[in-house]
Design a protein around this ligand. Structure first.
Ligand SMILES: [Zn+2]
Length: 614
């Protein structure tokens, strides 16, 4: 799924709110009792045009040409979602100007359902369908454009013949402005600007960047990697070299887990825009698309999300729960396994960072400790339930818990397997075994694959109880039992720090706006309101979203002092009167235990390095 990693809490809100509302209920109600079936189609060619003229209309011009191989109506359906982005988006809603012709003559058409067009071929052998697609949604599962650039996903633009399966080859041709570039994971065809894939699943798994961008490539782990970034000039020089260096460090450590680098070429496609406060990215089998606030450039979070998305090339794009094998583009595919597909991917992103030397072991423990704190503060939820529920985006605080909590479950399993096997086996072995026994055999994995594989790696230890308590159940994770096995411990300090009780977000002009005022907090008592623009807290000017650190440093010892809060409300500038209030906060952190046993120290080192054995 889209990994959403905000620079700060308020930004997360912005990133989540960008997603469109799900329409699961409507979709179920509309499911037809008898599956419809199109006349057979062959020789599908998708052609699209994006140049400065269509960019001005934020539109992609699409032409689909195909041969009709049998009797009956042609039924062309559009996907409802993009795999990895677990929400119903109904791409058919972005179409305008639909037409169908054969030999220059119009053909009759109507809608069979809301995302299926029914065309009467009237005896024609070759049909051309044309439509415009509105590219104005800034979401990595969708299509978006600027005057000099567009990105889009195949799920948005490429209809399929209803009821005829997905095992058909197709070509894509992109027409664009001279001098504009094209970046995609699709295989190039002999004609410039043309691409081909052998089946629909691969066709719609290769998003495109078209327009002005920075594009370069290098070899990583013996395979080509490309980096495309928009806008041109946004990520150049040292920041670009840094990301390249990080990619070069993490990829071999991920490949080592599976003993395979599964792509010919991997393409990282990044958009940087002030239109988002946070960052999110969406995985594909040989690429990913990331959309970030420019503040992510050079920020460690960018390396972290990039590692997460690249690891997905193995975990979820290839090793995948059977519930999503094969993908069904017409309806939600609920699975209780997102804690593995997303959570364990997150764990391996951290592992790749530490094993590749992008962060040190203290950095890894810091990331893990943050996840522990995040889960401790959240409502208890079962990992299976959180996984299943993502499609409806529950409001109870459990949404997306399968990321941090699933990551921690993976960490626990890794420790327990290493502990039980005297560090001879690890979670790496489990993933590698399933990759070979499920993905390589052309199927998804189930509980009957997963738990026996974990148990085998752990020398036959049963995980039935573990599953019941921590995956299917809501029991708190047993850190006091698990951490010592890896020579780790939780240390805690109480810190007292000033707090005003505000959540803020930066708008597109750079202003820091109040999003939320905490009841009973200093800001509320002073009269700060949602929507106010924050100008200063005492003598700390609010220039950027990271003002909190400066504020805490300035007022950390000033309990009870007067705190003028300056805000802009409409056209007025107000000075509100608050007081500095220090609030106690228990800061817990994960640290290496210097008194760990020799075995526990080996387990700990094994996690940090990927090494097994003595
Ligand atoms: Zn993910």
């Amino acid at each position: 799924m889209t990994s959403i990693a905000p620079l700060r809490a308020a930004a997360m809100l912005a990133a989540v709110c960008m997603l469109p509302a799900a329409a699961f209920a409507q979709r179920q109600a509309a499911a037809a009792p008898v599956p419809a079936r199109s006349a057979p189609l062959a020789n599908l060619r998708y052609e699209l045009t994006f140049d400065s003229a269509s960019a001005a209309q934020r539109t992609l011009k699409v032409t689909v040409t195909f041969d009709v191989g049998g009797p009956g109506h042609v039924l062309l359906s559009f996907p409802a979602w993009t795999p990895g982005s677990y929400e119903i988006a109904n791409f058919a809603r972005f179409l305008t100007e639909f037409s169908a012709t054969a030999g220059g003559k119009s053909l009759d058409w109507d809608k069979l359902d809301y995302d299926t067009w029914r065309i009467d071929p009237a005896g024609a052998r070759t049909i051309t369908v044309r439509f415009d697609y509105r590219a104005d949604t800034l979401d990595n599962a969708m299509a978006w454009s600027r005057p000099d650039f567009a990105f889009f996903n195949g799920t948005n633009l490429f209809p399929y013949a209803e009821g005829r399966g997905f095992n058909f080859p197709a070509t894509v041709t992109v027409n664009t402005q001279p001098g504009w570039l094209i970046a995609t994971g699709m295989q190039s065809a002999p004609t410039p600007g043309s691409y081909l894939e052998g089946n629909y699943h691969d066709l719609v798994d290769k998003p495109f960047f078209v327009g002005r961008m920075d594009l370069d490539s290098t070899q990583v782990d013996g395979k080509w990697n490309r980096l495309a970034t928009y806008p041109a000039g946004a990520m150049t020089g040292p920041a670009r070299s840094l990301l390249w260096d990080q990619i070069a460090k993490v990829v071999p450590k991920m490949a080592a887990v599976f003993q395979e680098t599964p792509w010919q070429t991997y393409t990282t496609l990044l958009v940087f825009t002030q239109e988002v406060g946070g960052g999110s990215a969406l995985e594909h089998s040989n690429s990913h698309v990331g959309i970030y606030n420019p503040g992510f450039i050079g920020n460690p979070l960018l390396a972290s999300i990039t590692a997460h998305e690249i690891f997905h090339a193995w975990n979820v794009k290839r090793l995948r729960p059977a519930d999503m094998w094969p993908y069904d583009y017409a309806q939600p595919q609920e699975t209780p396994w997102l804690w593995v597909s997303e959570g364990i991917t997150d764990y391996y992103a951290d592992l790749a960072l530490v094993r590749g030397g992008v962060i040190d072991s203290a950095g890894f423990l810091g990331l893990t400790g943050e996840k522990m704190a995040q889960i401790a503060a959240a409502p208890a939820t079962a990992l299976e339930d959180a996984s299943l529920s993502t499609w409806i985006r529950p409001i109870d605080g459990t949404q997306y818990q399968y990321y941090p909590k699933g990551s921690l479950a993976g960490f626990m399993l890794d420790v327990l397997v290493r502990d039980a096997s005297d560090n001879r086996r690890s979670l790496d072995d489990v993933l590698r075994e399933l990759y070979r026994s499920a993905y390589k055999k052309g199927r998804g994995f189930t509980a009957a694959d997963w738990w026996p594989a974990v148990s085998r790696a752990a020398g036959g230890r049963s995980f039935t109880d573990f599953n019941a308590k921590y995956i299917d159940g809501r029991d708190p994770f047993p850190w006091s039992d698990v951490l010592p096995r890896a020579g780790l411990r939780i240390a805690s300090d109480t810190v007292r720090e000033p707090r005003v009780g505000l959540a803020t977000a930066q708008d597109s002009t750079g202003a820091i706006l109040v999003q939320e005022v905490q009841p009973g907090g200093v800001a509320q008592e002073a009269g700060v309101k949602t929507g106010d623009q924050l100008i200063s807290l005492g003598d700390v000017a609010i220039m950027d979203p990271d003002f909190g650190a400066a504020f805490r440093t300035r007022f950390g010892k000033n309990e009870g002092d007067s705190l003028p809060i300056r805000v802009r409300r409409g056209t007025d500038t107000l000075t509100l009167h608050g007081v500095v209030r220090l609030v106690a906060r228990v800061e817990t952190r994960l640290e290496a235990d210097p008194d760990a046993s020799e075995k526990a120290a080996r387990v700990r080192n094994g996690i940090f390095t990927g090494v097994t054995g003595k």
